[in-house]
Design a binder for this molecule. Structure first.
Ligand code: G
Ligand code: G
Ligand code: MN
Ligand code: NA
Length: 251
């Protein structure tokens, strides 16, 4: 609880920063956008990652407060991106965000304040975050989807990979957890699983995003197997906003 109070202080003190990890089209290699990844620059403990940040908030309303802070920062920064590039911004959602009454309104408001077209925003949601009121989440996503926001199922392959989500949510992207793609070069079994998932995604009109891509060989294989987009250290890790702007101007 002391840490939680410290986090609320940190939000006001602007200690929460947002990094941007570039995302690319797998075929052309073109930069298509970035995923916002939160960090806490703690005065004593140093830089803390998002899982730590979100583990600190025990009260749902504090989690929602943190998420909204991150979303508005990320959207405000993305508002400075060169509009003609049409770069997309991906934001991660927590379970508490989906359960909050004003979820759709808070996203719509943040989009409006940031000045980015809703069609350039992607919301990444994990199965873990969806273990809330699913019907409610499905309604919220449908509303956002009608406004042009795209929805990605994140960390696909780590949970139950339940078909209910694929059947009932208005998804645009399947984001494969890196554990599914780490060994595609050496494990025929992993490659078969990848092929099956990509085939299913095609049939469902979903685009596939590979994350945690670390080598050129792995990237070539993922592109050949039909992954549409990727992110990973092979091109760029999470960057400060200034570094992302520099990266975008030369990529
Ligand atoms: O880059 P990093 O190691 O912090 O990312 C680890 C995990 O934390 C990722 O799964 C990512 O989805 C999650 N994460 C990063 N930023 C956010 C955020 O702003 N909100 C939520 N809910 N999760 C985030
Ligand atoms: O939300 P998600 O789980 O997709 O968050 C991406 C996480 O993966 C972040 O923690 C980010 O720092 C990390 N990451 C990004 N690129 C790579 C990579 O190429 N390899 C590994 N191991 N981790 C990565
Ligand atoms: Mn993510
Ligand atoms: Na992920």
């Amino acid at each position: 609880a002391a840490m939680e109070a410290d986090l609320l202080r940190a939000i006001d003190a602007n200690e929460i920063s947002v990094l941007f990890q570039p995302q690319f089209a797998a075929g052309s290699g073109l930069l298509v956008g970035a995923e916002a990844l939160a960090r806490w620059d703690h005065p004593v403990l140093g830089r803390l990652g998002a899982p730590t940040l979100f583990a600190v908030t025990e009260r749902a309303d504090h989690t929602v407060q943190l998420s909204r802070h991150i979303a508005s920062r990320a959207l405000a920064l993305a508002g400075q991106w060169p509009a003609e590039r049409g770069l997309r911004l991906s934001l991660n959602l927590a379970a508490a965000d989906l359960a909050a009454d004003s979820f759709v309104k808070s996203i719509s408001d943040a989009i409006e304040r940031g000045g980015m077209a809703p069609t350039r925003l992607t919301l990444e949601v994990t199965e873990q975050a969806l273990l809330v009121d699913l019907e409610c989440a499905a309604d919220a996503f449908s509303e956002l989807s009608r406004a042009g926001v795209r929805i990605a199922l994140d960390d696909f392959g780590t949970g139950f990979s339940n078909f209910w989500y694929l059947k009932n949510l208005p998804l645009d992207y399947l984001k494969l957890d890196h554990s599914l793609t780490d060994d595609v070069l050496v494990a025929p079994r992993d490659r078969a699983i990848l092929r099956a998932i990509v085939g299913m995604a095609r049939a469902l009109d979903l685009e596939v995003v590979a994350e945690g891509v670390e080598s050129e060989e792995q990237l070539a294989m993922l592109a050949a197997e039909g992954c549409d987009y990727f992110q990973g250290f092979v091109r760029a890790g999470p960057l400060s906003h200034d570094d992302f702007l520099r990266f975008a101007s030369t990529n």
